[in-house]
Design a protein around this ligand. Structure first.
Ligand code: ATP
Length: 445
């Protein structure tokens, strides 16, 4: 059963205890809304990214991969509209010095007016009128801290794709329609970050930009909406926790003609974790204008020239990891005992199998080690010989490991081991030399 109370607290505590996510620089008191992935978390996030990459790049002939640098020419961000427009309205409380987004639902009244009340200290009339705050992190390139040397940490990975679109088109000998996929870090100086890894200042995006002929964009937009929902279904995310949210006119980003978010019902409400956007030819046209380089496409079939439209699918790797963790978190009563189990889809599970010698004698550890060494040639597996077998199972339930393999007295006699299924708790005896194939079949199904 998914728990109904204090879910985030429980999850944050499990994440720390079991090594999914730690607070950044914790021994110095932490750095606000920056998080580090521990041994299990890094595997989970890597599995999400690999699965995304496989479905986008390896399984499709019409999408190519790219890894552009985080630092880009500062003109990129003028052209993209981020220098002028990537802003949030910011409000300060003159009394307690806290900062809010002007649209923070906790603010009662209109900021700047005498009746508005600060949601933290409760003072009236102390909130400033909203002013625009640019969310891009700035830094300096080279040794001289002068305006000419300002560069930005990219706030989205998309621009690295746009400025390389012709390089990829030509080098990979693609034709429109085709796409470019990229996974990488992005940075936003969010005014009100929070909710664990939901909104952070440094995060990772998995973005795919699909370049199409103008006029075919609506069709491709629908195509990619469907594909992305299918992909999430394939990760086993509970469908009743997913929904679409179409952006209203006043929510649309400066570049977008239409946009849908995929929302998940987090313990703190329905929130976006992926967006599908029709970005039109806004970005390429602007780069054409600002760089003075032609970014048109010459259609070899019709000899027509056009600046392609772009349909973007933009997912956060960290938010998807949070969705996977929340969706997997279950508490159950088993034989009068409470167990916490992370029911990850096997493809996402950080560890695929754990190997346990029942006792540390009678040839069991030797056989268990051989099985472990064999399994980890193909999978990330774990060896645990500490504590009662029940406790070892519980530890792997919390890590979300689909299979527990126990080597007991019978194993050394007839070469069979027991395989315990994380979800059904059923135990099966399997010949040790068939184990790799058995686990592979189960992981596929
Ligand atoms: P929000 O409205 O939540 O700030 P956004 O609409 O600005 O998000 P996009 O610019 O569409 O988000 O970014 C695409 C995806 O990148 C989001 O769906 C989310 O998964 C991820 N993302 C964006 N900002 C953050 C952040 N501060 N922390 C973690 N992930 C983020």
């Amino acid at each position: 059963m998914p728990p109904t109370d204090n879910v985030m607290e429980k999850l944050v505590s499990l994440a720390k205890r079991r090594g999914f996510v730690f607070q950044s620089s914790e021994i110095y008191g932490g750095l606000g809304s920056v998080w580090d992935y521990g041994p299990l978390g890094v595997e989970l996030k890597k599995n999400i990214k690999e699965r995304w990459w496989r479905s986008m790049v390896h399984e499709r002939e019409d999408i190519e991969g790219l890894d552009a640098a985080i630092l880009m020419h500062p003109k990129v961000w003028e052209a993209s509209g981020h220098v002028a427009g990537f802003t949030d309205p910011l409000v300060d409380c003159k009394h307690c010095k806290n900062r809010f987004r002007a649209d923070d639902p906790r603010i009662k009244g209109t900021p700047g007016e005498p009746t508005a009340q600060c949601p933290v200290c409760g003072s009236k009339g102390t909130l400033t009128a909203p002013r625009m705050f640019n969310l891009m992190f700035k830094t300096f390139m080279g040794p001289v801290e002068e305006a000419a040397a300002i560069v930005y940490l990219r706030p989205e990975t998309a621009q690295g794709i746009y400025v390389n679109y012709q390089n990829v088109l030509q080098s990979a000998r693609q034709k429109i329609p085709f796409g470019i996929a990229q996974i990488g870090k992005a940075f936003r100086n969010e005014i009100t970050p929070g909710n664990f890894i939901f909104r952070t200042r440094e995060f990772e995006q998995m973005e795919m930009q699909f370049f199409v002929k103008p006029g075919t964009d609506l069709e491709w937009f629908e195509f990619w909406r469907e594909e992305r929902m299918k992909w999430l279904a394939g990760l086993g995310i509970r469908p009743e926790k997913l929904r679409w949210h179409q952006h209203a006119k006043d929510e649309l980003a400066h570049y977008a003609k239409d946009a849908y978010d995929i929302q998940y019902e987090f313990p703190f409400g329905w929130q976006e974790f992926e967006g599908i956007h029709n970005r039109t030819n806004f970005d390429l046209s602007r780069h054409q204008e600002f760089s003075g380089k032609k970014l048109e496409y010459l259609d070899p079939a019709t000899n027509e020239r056009f600046v392609p439209y772009v349909v973007e699918t933009s997912a956060g790797a960290d938010r998807t990891a949070l969705v996977a963790m929340i969706d997997a978190y279950n508490e159950e009563d088993v034989e009068g005992d409470k167990r916490v189990v992370m029911r990850f889809h096997p493809a996402l599970a950080p560890l695929k199998a754990a190997v346990f010698p029942l006792v540390n004698k009678d040839g069991m550890p030797e056989l268990a080690r051989r099985i472990f060494d064999d399994l980890r040639k193909s999978y990330n597996a774990f060896y645990d010989d500490g504590g009662s077998i029940g406790r070892r199972y519980r530890r792997q339930d919390e890590a979300g490991t689909p299979f527990g393999i126990t080597i007991d007295g019978q194993s050394t006699q007839d070469g069979t081991v027991t395989v315990r299924d994380r979800d059904s708790l059923k135990q099966e005896r399997v010949a040790a030399d068939r184990l790799a194939g058995y686990v592979a079949d189960k992981l596929k199904g």
